[in-house]
Design a protein around this ligand. Structure first.
Ligand code: ADP
Ligand code: MG
Length: 715
């Protein structure tokens, strides 16, 4: 057993009790402690004098402990306080409902270090709920006056204990091998692992700490990117289908030799003779935009290659991804292959099947819908058709990737609204065919470039960065809660003109149940008090899928004037007659989400508008509302969102609380991400399996499931 497996209870200052508490942080062994990185640092070499503190400033202070107190307040709770003083002034530290603070400080002589936000009150300077630490008078000054690591804590775990574990673990660094080969470290000018860990936990200087940090950030990104590069490379060595795109463009009637099609496409009207591009123009009721044409070319180029396509198409809401998909489908079907289009919900699948039938049935191309709500007999029938090759385009939900569905010769799979699908589903689709089918993923979530690299680093990316002409831009208004009645009066007017409206209420809590309750409350207030004369429906996440689909379908068919819902309507639903989107408590949403919601309107010929209801409670809210008013550019919004809220939110990982990254920050470290990505592509290019002794540890790290996280947790 490696010494790194030594349990932390044997380290000085930890002991069995400390070790038990450390388990809450996932720290059991010396190795766990070494990789438990500090959350921040306190530079105690130069603390500000108390008198110099400014209200609003976040600071670390050191002062002699003067007195401790605790006084009860309403509801049986307690406020603890301590007064500390240095040569220049004094400050009161307060803690809400932490009665143990008094117990821990009472009767002690020494100093307190506290970190928090400084406030000015009538009684003088105050720091509410600071992080704190007691320093006994006899502690050596030099042990104190340095850059101190501050670790994340959990209930009942003391900062002191985590520090002891991490400091004690440093004695074992000699046993720790460096997974990055010396050659790579030299080229990237990276310090070794042992030095870096020492500097991360006990920095000699700010420069050393930063250098150590970059090495650890590089390493973390490097493993992730090696995994993606390997995945990408393995699909490029896989045998795929080389669609005869060149011949189709020239107007030849061809069927790929391997297609094993039952039918000769040439026998079907519309599938013969015409050059592919001319046929696209004939089958669509509009001309493709420049961006659509470029992306279609990129897709067709991929399809022509002999290995499987793995491409992501990013295009804002309404940018016309369906038409692009149709072009890919046409090329595959004309080559004699079957295709599949997957959508995240039944209603979206149904919407696609209707649209695609309109385009393709006149050409003799057969579209079938595969959804869970089909009766058993229907299901058997469409499955039989898929298996025998009597379906050219299978449209469906995840029902499509269920085991029972087999294809005779699936050549292309398109996944709409990627963020609801994970890698596993992509793989399941791929496994449905002998030769790996081409895979095209379409998403309306504009993702900043740095994130695209991490989330979809194994995909090639196409961007539709242009909207079809002639759209009336959606006008966005920002109103405060006191103007709410006025807003609903305007909604009534628009409905009087024959339009429909969405009203979105926010996720108010972590639990779906409480969110549903909030939606119900809003619904009954609108229906009973504000707009009793209108037909209002309610939609929330607690309803059964079937119920939701039903409500959505009836709203689309204009049985209701207003749909009150939680964010379940976020993805791709098309109700062209809906021209108003009211978003209650808009301050509770991130920009990307507001943008997605807003995209539910403006899909028809009518002028549309979006009303954000939010009180301007903070600078941050003001900024977000202004950005929404200013722009409808999804990429700009995504960048601003990343800047204001950080990456976890966009990736949809914040609920699970894991960005998966231990030290790297996708925003702040985006330069290093690029460096690590380039290094990973080079190393995997030279040595795809990362074989050889010097790569052994790195190889294991790359294979760790954590390195799949970025993609998998996009839920
Ligand atoms: P999304 O990218 O959000 O999936 P859709 O494919 O649903 O967008 O297209 C949105 C609307 O724009 C549809 O009504 C579609 O018919 C229309 N559309 C798409 N491309 C064009 C174009 N090049 N010219 C005019 N209208 C277009
Ligand atoms: Mg779409």
């Amino acid at each position: 057993m490696s010494r790194l497996e030594t349990e932390v209870q044997y380290l000085k200052g930890v002991g069995p009790r400390g070790a038990t508490s450390l388990q809450k942080l996932g720290i059991r062994t010396v190795e766990d402690a070494l990789f438990n990185f500090p959350r921040r640092y306190e530079d105690r070499r130069n603390l500000p004098p108390i008198r110099s503190l400014q209200p609003g400033q976040t600071a670390t202070i050191l002062g002699q402990l003067i007195s401790v107190d605790a006084r009860p307040i309403r509801g049986g709770r307690v406020i603890s306080s301590a007064i500390v003083r240095d040569g220049t002034g004094k400050i009161t530290l307060t803690w809400f409902n932490q009665p143990w603070v008094k117990r821990q400080l009472e009767g002690k002589t020494g100093s307190v270090v506290a970190f928090g936000m400084v406030k000015q009150t009538v009684a003088g300077l105050e720091m509410a709920s600071p992080e704190w630490e007691f320093v006994a008078d006899d502690e050596a000054a030099e042990a104190f006056a340095r850059i101190m690591p501050v670790y994340a804590l959990s209930d009942g775990v003391a900062q002191r204990t985590v520090r002891a574990a991490c400091a004690g673990a440093l004695a074992y660094l000699d046993d720790l091998p460096d997974p990055l080969p010396p050659e790579l470290r030299r080229r990237e000018k990276l310090p070794d692992l042992a030095w870096s860990l020492r500097q991360i936990h006990a920095p000699d200087s700010e420069i050393d700490r930063l250098r150590a940090r970059s090495r650890l950030v590089f390493e973390e990104f490097f493993y992730l990117q090696c995994g993606l590069a390997q995945r990408k490379q393995s699909t490029q060595t896989e045998v795929g289908i080389a669609f005869p795109i060149k011949a189709l463009l020239a107007g030849e009637t061809v069927v790929a030799a391997e297609a094993r099609t039952l039918f000769d496409p040439a026998e079907r009207t519309g599938l013969q003779g015409q050059p592919l591009m001319a046929q696209v123009e004939a089958m669509l009721p509009f001309t493709l935009t420049g961006a659509q044409q470029r992306v279609v070319r990129e897709i067709w180029d991929d399809m022509a290659k002999p290995f499987p396509m793995n491409r992501l198409v990013q295009g804002d809401v309404g940018s016309g991804k369906t038409a692009v998909a149709a072009c890919a489908l046409l090329a595959a079907v004309r080559s004699g292959y079957q295709t599949a289009l997957m959508a995240p919900t039944e209603i979206l699948a149904e919407q696609h099947s209707i649209g695609l039938r309109r385009i393709f049935e006149p050409l003799g191309i057969r579209v079938e819908l595969f959804v869970g709500k089909n009766s058993a007999a229907q299901r058997r029938s469409v499955q039989a058709k898929a298996e025998s090759g009597e379906v050219d385009i299978a449209v469906g939900t995840h029902a499509l990737i269920q085991d029972a569905v087999k294809f005779r010769n699936l050549g292309l799979a398109i996944i709409d609204e990627q963020h609801r699908f994970g890698v596993m589903q992509r793989k399941a689709l791929r496994d449905k065919s002998e030769a790996s089918p081409d895979v095209l993923v379409m998403t309306a979530t504009p993702i900043p470039r740095t994130l695209t690299m991490t989330l979809y680093g194994d995909l090639d990316v196409s961007i539709i960065d242009e909207l079809p002409p002639g759209r009336t831009p959606i006008k966005t208004h920002w109103k405060t809660t006191s103007q709410r009645d006025w807003v609903y009066e305007r909604v009534r007017e628009v409905i009087g003109q024959g339009r429909q409206a969405f009203v979105v209420c926010p996720l108010v809590s972590e639990t779906e149940k409480m969110n549903a309750q909030a939606a119900e409350d809003l619904y009954s207030r609108l229906q009973n008090e504000v707009l009793p004369d209108l037909r209002i429906a309610l939609l929330h996440g607690q309803m059964k899928a079937k119920e939701k689909e039903d409500i959505m379908a009836r709203f689309r068919d204009r049985e209701f004037d207003i749909l009150v819902s939680t964010t379940v309507i976020e993805v791709g639903v098309d109700v062209p007659n809906a021209s108003v989107m009211v978003i209650e408590d808009a301050n509770r949403f991130g920009l990307a989400q507001l943008h997605q919601l807003r995209g539910r309107v403006g899909r028809g010929a009518h002028a549309s508008f979006c009303v954000l209801i939010a009180d301007d409670s903070s600078e941050d809210v003001r900024q977000r509302m202004e950005i929404m008013r200013e722009t409808t550019d999804g990429f700009r919004i995504a960048d601003e969102d990343l800047r204001l809220r950080g990456p976890g939110v966009i990736a949809g990982t914040q609920q699970s609380g894991q960005s998966g990254l231990r030290i790297a920050d996708l925003v702040a470290d985006s330069k290093m991400l690029t460096v690590a990505r380039a290094a990973a592509i080079r190393e995997v290019g030279l040595n795809p399996g990362l074989t050889g002794d010097e790569w052994e540890l790195a190889r294991q790290r790359v294979a760790e499931p954590r390195n799949d996280m970025a993609v998998v947790t996009v839920s």
